[in-house]
Ligand binder design. Structure first.
Ligand code: PLP
Length: 421
């Protein structure tokens, strides 16, 4: 309560804006994932590795637009590309050189995406991938994993969200190859697709194990089921995503977040024989419109990001920094014998307040059983404490780095973490 009281005192403008916003938006903002009690700070602007709120606090950004902000803020190459796209007319209403350039580079980087199409968000990319799989296989059902987040219409934390699309879903535990293969075998006749995050982000930054991912690949191939990797969040974890790291080629891949250079975007693609069904010149082509699918801002910003900033070396360096950060955080907790640990991969991390191996959401629930209130309090304290010391992090303690996160930023985070411990 004291920490919250200090937070309220320190953020009068954010409090006022949040209070007034409740008149038009339930809960006072438009993204559930950015809400926390008593109210989230209202961000006024951002630059480099920092965000600055309306009360004038400057924070090192560890939310980074939930991983979409790989570039950090105000990347000059993206600003220049956006300025050019605006000067070129902003809305073109026709196929453009911009979409040609971005599709070509995405297809080069993610070799499973032999053909691809754009849309406007990761959610949309997943819905379109599932619809495609259902259309090409003629089967209705989809296998997903407990704890999965594929967008707010495809959310499977502690059961299915009431907002989920009316698709017959089969669920299986994450990182349990045997159970997953059994479920695939049992439902093979009905399954159009298996949809998986190669690292469960929303569930707590839990990496998919190689043996698990391989088992999914093999079982889906055997039964003609479309294997879809949702790399909306994870494509930043290597120049060719987690599929590149693991050496596993899915039938389809979905992308979003940073691939538009910070602008609104989604993309879905995969095997040529599947995606060619969208060719409008072919009989029985699948229809796929979408006014803003090729909006020039996202196409131009994405292309500038990939070609001018997101070199394979830059991506690798950012992910190595993240690996180093997690190791250091774990070491600080370990030397004190505390029940605190990290999960994650490369530049994505989460911090958890219990001991024991974490291979899926079930392990998290078990580790926290009977301590839910204490852990809630710890997460609240941790977030408010880190923010008071100048680090922007969410209540779930799911963080990530950007290309602009500096050594000094990381040292500052580690120092604050040590003090918190
Ligand atoms: N899939 C995954 C794995 C995600 O992490 C997210 C967003 O966090 C989505 C899909 C949804 O993407 P969007 O928020 O762009 O709709």
């Amino acid at each position: 309560r004291e920490a919250e009281e200090r937070y309220i005192q320190a953020n009068p403008k954010s409090a006022a804006i949040h209070g007034a916003s409740k008149a038009a938006m339930p809960g006072g903002n438009t993204r559930t994932t950015l809400h926390y009690s008593p109210f989230p700070v209202c961000i006024r602007f951002a630059e480099g590795s920092r965000v600055i709120d309306v009360d004038g606090h400057s924070y090192v950004d560890f939310i980074n637009e939930y991983t979409a902000g790989v570039l950090g803020h105000s990347e000059p190459a993206v600003k220049a590309a956006l300025a050019q796209a605006i000067a070129d007319g902003l809305t073109l209403g026709g196929p453009s050189i911009y979409e040609h350039e971005l599709s070509a580079i995405i297809s080069q980087r993610f070799s499973s995406m032999e053909r691809l199409r754009f849309c406007n968000s990761g959610t949309e990319a997943n819905l379109l991938a599932l619809a495609t799989a259902r259309a090409v296989t003629g089967r209705p059902a989809v296998l997903v994993f407990d704890g999965a987040y594929h967008g707010s219409l495809l959310y499977f934390s502690h059961g299915a969200s009431p907002l989920n699309m009316p698709i017959p879903f089969v669920t299986a535990p994450y990182n349990d190859a045997e159970a997953a293969v059994k479920a695939i075998e049992r439902h093979a006749q009905d399954l159009a697709a298996v949809l998986v995050e190669p690292l469960q982000g929303g569930a707590g930054a839990i990496p998919g194990e190689l043996a698990f991912m391989r088992a999914l690949r093999d079982a889906t191939r055997k039964h003609g089921i479309v294997f879809i990797m949702d790399e909306v969040m994870t494509s930043r974890l290597s120049p060719s995503g987690v599929q590149g790291r693991l050496g596993i080629k899915p039938d389809m891949t979905t992308l979003g977040k940073y691939v538009g250079g910070g602008m609104t975007i989604g993309a879905f693609g995969g095997r040529a024989d599947i995606m060619e069904r969208f060719d409008p010149a072919k009989p029985g082509a699948l229809p796929h419109g979408g006014t803003f699918n090729n909006n020039v801002l996202a196409m131009a910003a994405g292309h500038a990001a990939f070609t001018k900033v997101l070199t394979p070396q830059a991506i690798d360096r950012m992910n190595a920094q993240g690996d180093d950060l997690r190791q250091r955080l774990d070491a600080l907790a370990k030397t004190r014998g505390l029940a605190v640990q990290t999960t994650g991969l490369g530049s994505i991390f989460a911090i958890h307040f219990h001991r024991g191996t974490i291979r899926n959401g079930h392990d998290l629930d078990e580790g926290e059983r009977g301590r839910e209130r204490e852990i809630n309090d710890l997460k609240t304290l941790f977030q408010l404490d880190m923010m008071a010391q100048g680090h922007y992090i969410n209540r779930r303690i799911l963080g990530n780095l950007s290309l602009q996160t500096s050594a000094a930023d990381l040292a500052s985070f580690l120092g604050a973490f040590e003090e918190f411990l």
